[in-house]
Design a protein around this ligand. Structure first.
Ligand SMILES: NC(=O)c1ccc[n+]([C@@H]2O[C@H](COP(=O)([O-])OP(=O)(O)OC[C@H]3O[C@@H](n4cnc5c(N)ncnc54)[C@H](O)[C@@H]3O)[C@@H](O)[C@H]2O)c1
Length: 382
């Protein structure tokens, strides 16, 4: 079978570096696929690409080599030294496939030119490796909320606006999504940025007959919430409020310390709870940057609920984890499932991948158990 390409937007970030190091470690057999959903026996019969059938490249706007990033993550406790030693040489090979990413601050010319250059990088990568297909997966920094424009509603108007030199009609994530679609690649958004979620880009995806999935990986607080919320609703316990606090360091912590960048993350984290509970509840949520935590993330939730005869009770949980360690295997799972969907001729939003996302496309199903059932049934049909 011809290999599958994984093109990472944000290829030198924490999640991407951990996913790449993990893929190389899995390929050489020095680690077990713990945390990889697609490696479960339930998916044994699905036609997923194997670890050694995935080639990686990508874009980033920083030039710190992958080996250096992996070394930093090793020192912070995220990657074991044994794994780093095994994969360090091959990290440099992958690094040679990382190209300078698009950013409006450093680009002169039109966004149409920028998108063409991104598409050409993806196509050239596919040619160099004789790839059958490419999955473009966004793990770049969360963007600030981008204003809605009339040009986002239809492809013709969008392309006309993109051709105007100096005009910024799309955020960088959507330029990459557009370029991916033009290159005939499938697209997955692991971030809450707009990416493909604009009618004009969905129109292009449908014309290109490619599948896409997103958005915002579900790896911590929201993962626990999507397991616990059905407990309250199925037992008819009335949730009165659900407050959450997130403490994080690392690159994501720094990005989300900015209120404008945090806006899209808070919106994507908040959306599922009311659907899960079937009603709006008071749900204050905030994110604090605590650099001292490094790559660790802590979520504290306090749930206040009412039982029989109006008795007031509460539940609290603390989730503490290494964010990128939770995210990286899902990046690999999403690559395998999306590539298999593309190979099977599926197109449009991949609702059965909702299991992986805080804000799934193509479905309103947020309950984790039901999402897992959807995933297993769908995988059998591939
Ligand atoms: N558990 C998780 O870690 C988790 C869960 C859900 C979503 N996410 C999302 O995944 C993304 C990555 O998280 P991270 O911890 O790796 O962050 P990070 O800051 O370590 O990495 C982001 C990378 O994106 C690069 N980048 C920024 N703008 C770019 C552009 N225009 N083009 C190409 N590259 C660009 C940065 O240089 C950086 O290397 C974030 O958006 C985060 O919200 C992470």
């Amino acid at each position: 079978m011809a290999p599958t390409g994984l093109w990472l937007i944000g290829a030198r970030g924490s999640v991407a570096t951990t996913a790449i190091a993990g893929l190389l470690a899995l390929r050489s057999g020095v680690v077990r696929p713990v945390g990889c959903v697609s490696a479960q026996p339930a998916f044994e019969r699905a036609p997923l690409p194997d670890w050694d059938e995935i080639r990686v490249g990508g874009h980033d706007v920083v030039d710190t080599p992958l080996e250096k990033r992996a070394e930093q993550l090793t020192e912070s406790g995220l990657i074991p030294y044994r794994v780093f030693d095994t994969v360090r040489d091959r990290l440099s090979e992958v690094d040679s496939e990382v190209r300078p990413g698009y950013h409006p601050a450093t680009h002169s010319g039109s966004q149409a030119d920028a998108a063409r250059a991104v598409s050409e990088d993806i196509n050239a990568f596919a040619r160099r490796h004789g790839l059958e297909r490419v999955v473009v997966l966004n793990v770049s920094s969360t963007e600030p909320v981008f204003p809605s424009l009339a040009e986002h509603e239809g492809l013709a108007a969008l392309e006309a606006a993109m051709a105007v030199p100096g005009r910024t009609v799309l955020p960088p994530s959507s330029v990459s999504a557009y370029a991916a679609l033009r290159a005939g690649a499938a697209y997955v958004d692991f971030t809450p940025s707009p990416g493909i979620r604009l009618p004009a880009l969905e129109e292009l995806a449908s014309r290109q007959a490619v599948p896409y999935a997103g958005s915002d990986g579900k790896t911590g607080e929201t993962l626990v919430r999507s397991t616990l919320a059905p407990l309250f609703s199925s037992r008819s316990l009335a949730v009165r409020s659900w407050a959450g606090t997130n403490l994080l360091g690392g690159g994501d912590g720094l990005t989300l310390a900015d209120a404008e960048h945090a806006g899209s993350k808070l919106a994507s984290k908040g959306r599922g709870l009311s659907t899960l509970l079937g009603t709006e509840v008071t749900a204050p949520l905030h994110i604090d940057n605590v650099p001292d935590l490094g790559e660790q993330k802590i979520a504290w939730d306090h749930v206040s609920f009412e039982g029989f005869l109006g008795v007031r009770m509460s539940m609290q949980f603390t989730w503490s984890g290494y964010d990128s360690s939770l995210a990286a295997p899902l990046v690999l799972d999403l690559t395998r499932f999306t590539a298999a969907a593309h190979a099977a001729g599926r197109s449009g939003p991949l609702a059965p991948l909702a299991f992986f996302f805080k804000d799934p496309m193509g479905t309103d199903e947020h309950r984790l158990a039901q999402q897992f059932d959807m995933l297993t049934t769908w995988a059998e049909s591939l």
